[in-house]
Every structure is written in C-alpha cells, then in structure tokens.
Design a protein around this ligand. Structure first.
Ligand code: FAD
Ligand code: NAD
Length: 458
C-alpha cells in the first residue's frame, strides 16, 4: 500500500489541484486513464472550437452579400481542417504527458482507478491511500435508451473527430450544446443536417426568445425537428442509418435516414468506473457525486470537482471549483463555491451566452427590471446589418444589482464578460457605466441594455 498526502483523479480540472499540491511540497499522486488532458482538450472545447472557427468564416462569406460583397465558398479542405485540429490537440496532450511522466514531484498512475475502501484506491495491481482525495473524473457521452442504438455505427463527440470527409447527410439526436454546435459546423462543411430534439425547442435551457433566434437562423440552413423523441435506430442494407421518431401529439412514428448519425443526448457521470460506492461516497440518482457548498463529499477530505459533481458541466466552472476545493482541502480554508456569476456560451451561429438567472427564475425570487438592446441599436451593429442579435439584462428592482444576462449574436461570449465581472462583485449599471465604452464598438449594446432597464410588473 502506497501512502500519499494527496491523490487526484482526472487530468482535466484535476491538473489545477495537482499543481497546487505539488507547489506546496505534498506527496502527490495523479490517477488518469486518459486521454491525458481530459475531455475539454481531447474531445470537447478545444477540438470543437478548432472546427467551429472555420465554420464561422464560411458563414461570414455566405452573409457578405447583404453588405454588397459578392463572394462564395468555392471549396473546403475538410481534411486540412481536421488535421489542424488534431495537431493542436496532440501537441497539447503530449506536453501535459511529458510533464506528468518526467516530474519528480508527483507520481503518475496511467490507468483506471477504482475505490476498494474509503480513502483507498487500486490502479492495476497497485494500492494507494490518502486522507485528501480530489475526484475530477468527469463524464462520458450518455447513451439514451433508444431501441437499436447498439446495433448501428453512430458517432459521438469523440468518434466524429476521426472523420476524414464531411458526410453527405447527418442526423443529430439532441438539440442541446453539442447538437447545435456540430449542426453549425457540419452544415457549413456542406453536409445536409437534420436535428431531432425531444423538448419543444432547441437549446431548451436558454431564454425562449434566444432559442427562437437560433431556431430561425439554423432552421434556414437545416431541418430542425422539435418535440421529436427518437425511439429507434437501424442500419439499412445500403449502410444508411435509419432513425424513427415520434413528435408529441402525433400518433404515427416517422422514419428518416442519413449517411451518419451523431448522438448528442447529454453526459453520464464516470463515478461508476471509479466504483465510488465501494469508497463509501454518496451519489445522486443520476450517478453524479454529491458535494456540499465547500465541494466536499460525505467523506471528510474527499472532494469532487468538475463534471462529475453534476453542478455545471463547463471547463471554466470546473477550474473555479478546483480552486475552491484546493483552498479548502489543501489550505484548510472554508470557502463556498459561488455559482451566481458562472457563465456559459454556445458556439453555434449565432453565438449565445448567458450568466445568472433566467427572467422567469429571477421573477420568482425578486421584483425585477428588464433591459434589452438590439445589436442594431448600436452604430457597429447597424454597420454589421445585424437584424436578430440582442442583449438582455435582468436587475433586482430595489438594488439595481444584476441578476442575469443573456445574449445572442456575434461575439456574445465576449460581450457578456463585463457583466460577469460586475455580477461577481454584486454590481449593477454603475459598475458597467463607470468604465468609458469605446465608440462605436459592439460593447455599447451592453451599456444600452442596462440603460434601457424598465420595471416588469409582477
Ligand atoms: C463536444 C463538447 C464541447 C464542449 N465545449 C465546451 C466549451 O466550449 N466550453 C466549456 O466550458 N465546456 C465545454 N465542454 C464541457 C467540458 O469539456 C467539460 O465540462 C470539462 O472537460 C470537464 O472537465 P473535468 O475535469 O470535470 O472532466 P474531464 O476533462 O472529463 O476529465 C476527467 C478525466 O478523468 C479520467 N477518468 C475518468 N474515470 C477515471 C478512473 N476511474 N480512473 C482514472 N481516470 C479516470 C478521464 O479519462 C479524464 O481524463 C464541452 C464538452 C463537449 C463534450
Ligand atoms: N459551449 C459549451 O460550453 C459546451 C459545448 C458542448 C457541450 N457542453 C457541455 O456538455 C454537456 C453535454 O452536451 P449535450 O449537448 O450532449 O447535452 P445537452 O443536455 O445540452 O443536450 C442534450 C439534448 O438531447 C435531447 N435528447 C435526449 N434524448 C433524446 C431523444 N431520445 N430524442 C431527441 N432528443 C433527445 C435532450 O432533450 C437535450 O436537449 C452540456 O450540458 C454542456 O454542459 C458545453
């Protein structure tokens, strides 16, 4: 049995904690089954955005005609786009691996860890023990209960990265984050795309008016079927994938087919691979690890951060949680994880970004004011001839504190940042307005939305 001060499981957000433990001279082990660097680097944020950036350029070229520029995409080297993505991912992964394998300050266990008792893990034939354990073992693609799915060759966010040509047609199950980001990418690459979403709208977690804008924009480029639950899949003799779905209210089942199928139906916790139940660690009914506001599990000294605690499945949140868990677990502090200004962005076309409460959630808890400005209300938005983009803020009526903000349109993920910063310090209009805004920049839409805030009657 090898004894450590600290064991970290997972090389995504877990690496932050590993670094801090090593910096403090603690005897530290990392267990990771790979690919090194975790989901974000290998099959999530990085490869998807390496692909979406060229897709955004395709859309700029297609949309240039409304500015009087006549241009068209004459050809796309899909292979080159994929190779560039692999190069970036492989280089980064190799760099992390070199550090893990060569560092004399930590011990790297390259394999699947399993709890065999509280505070005790096994990797292969090695047994490890520590009083401080940080679980950052992430999630994997969820396989929805669809008849026949195990008999067809479907893609997920990992396997699609191995495509060498853009499929002629693609059906995507799920109109959430992964679904709408890859729908944008593949359509821009020339694929005929159909998205099936069982909720009544795509991006069901966003403000309804934001989902509407995205639906209009993507709907002009592809088929979007909402309230459509996929019930069965099969493979036709010619290799095409058949997908059967029922739309709510309809009694008949319809079947469509395509060259490829992408399953983008959510994520499943990796806590089962880690056998956390044998370690006495409690999970919720969906298998995510229960943590308190300090990110500690039911066992003292064992923390769970990132996707595996099921709170928010975003890289930036995982890193913020890692900082809190490290402060508590390594430095003996009592810091609570604060999600109030935890944002997200969806890199589809148009981009979506959001932070804090939705309008309906805010109205349940507070008396509110709403401010909205369209991109076209600003000089640059007018120059861009942007018709649909807007920025919405939700304020607490009595205090003017920002409770939430929601954006759809170009650079949404960047525009929202100043609101995130203001929210992090419980700020309002004054926090945003105290900085002079460059004219004529798109950031004026943020200031305009806040200045337009009006009382919403209960
Ligand atoms: C297609 C896609 C695009 C995304 N885009 C974005 C984005 O743009 N922005 C954003 O913020 N988020 C994005 N996300 C979400 C983001 O990737 C995740 O929230 C983040 O990677 C989770 O990090 P983590 O450290 O919790 O887990 P992971 O990065 O998944 O790391 C877990 C590690 O633990 C290892 N592991 C698991 N079980 C064991 C075990 N038993 N023993 C040893 N090792 C184990 C795994 O192999 C893995 O290396 C995206 C996700 C997907 C799927
Ligand atoms: N830009 C980003 O930050 C980003 C990008 C991609 C993924 N992510 C993270 O990864 C997570 C997983 O993404 P995701 O898109 O796989 O999950 P998701 O939960 O966002 O969306 C899955 C969708 O699939 C639908 N669905 C499930 N079963 C279905 C069926 N049988 N028929 C039709 N529709 C069905 C669900 O209703 C849901 O809307 C996200 O929640 C997010 O946290 C983040």
């Amino acid at each position: 049995m090898k004894k450590y001060d600290v064991i970290v499981i997972g090389s995504g957000a877990g690496l932050d904690i590993l670094d801090m433990a090593v910096e403090h001279g603690m005897k530290t082990a990392l267990i990771d089954r790979g690919p090194t660097g975790g989901t974000c680097l290998n099959a999530g944020c990085i490869p998807s955005k390496m692909l979406i950036f060229p897709a955004d350029r395709v859309m700029e070229i297609r949309e240039a005609s409304r500015l009087g520029i006549s241009a068209e995409v004459s050809s796309i080297d899909f292979g080159a786009i994929m190779r560039r993505m692999h190069q970036v991912v492989n280089d980064d992964r190799a760099g992390i691996r070199r550090y893990l394998e060569n560092s004399s300050e930590l011990e790297f266990y390259d394999g699947t860890g399993e709890f065999i008792a509280p505070y005790t893990l096994q990797v292969g034939d090695q047994k490890l023990k520590a009083e401080k354990i940080f679980i950052a073992a992430g999630t994997r693609p969820l396989l929805p209960p669809i008849k026949g799915l195990d008999t067809v060759e479907y893609l997920n966010n990992e396997s699609l990265l191995n495509l060498t040509h853009a499929p002629e047609s693609l059906i995507i199950i799920g109109g959430g984050y992964v679904g709408v980001e890859f729908a944008h990418f593949f359509e821009a690459m020339g694929t005929e795309v159909t998205v099936l979403e069982m909720q009544s709208t795509i991006l069901p977690g966003e403000e309804p008016e934001i989902s509407e804008v995205v639906t209009r924009a993507l709907g002009a480029r592809m088929t979007l079927l909402t309230s459509a639950e996929v019930t069965a899949t099969g493979q036709a003799a010619d290799g095409r994938i058949e997908v059967s779905y029922r739309q709510s209210g309809a009694s008949d089942v319809k079947t469509i087919s395509a060259e490829k199928l992408l399953v983008a139906a959510g994520r499943q916790s990796n806590a089962d691979l880690l056998k956390v139940d044998k370690g006495g660690i409690k999970q919720d009914p969906n298998g995510f690890i229960n943590v308190d506001e300090y990110l500690e599990t039911n066992l003292k000294g064992i923390y769970a951060v990132g996707d595996i605690n099921g709170r928010e499945l975003f890289t930036h949140t995982g890193h913020a949680e890692a900082a809190v868990a490290a402060a508590n677990g390594l430095h003996g502090q009592r810091e609570k994880m604060d999600y109030k200004a935890s944002p997200h962005a969806v890199f589809t076309h148009p981009q979506v970004a959001s932070v804090g409460l939705s309008q309906s959630a805010a109205a349940k808890e507070y008396k509110i004011m709403i401010g909205r400005a369209d991109y076209k209300d600003t000089a640059l938005g007018t120059a861009m001839m942007n018709e649909d983009g807007f920025f919405k803020v939700i304020l607490q009526r009595e205090t003017g504190r920002i409770l939430g903000a929601h954006v759809v349109g170009p650079w949404a993920s960047v525009l929202i940042q100043e609101v995130i910063n203001a929210m992090a310090v419980d700020g309002g209009l004054n926090h945003i307005a105290s900085g002079i805004h460059i004219h004529p920049a798109l950031s004026e839409v943020v200031l305009k939305a806040l200045s337009n805030a009006v009382v919403v009657e209960d």
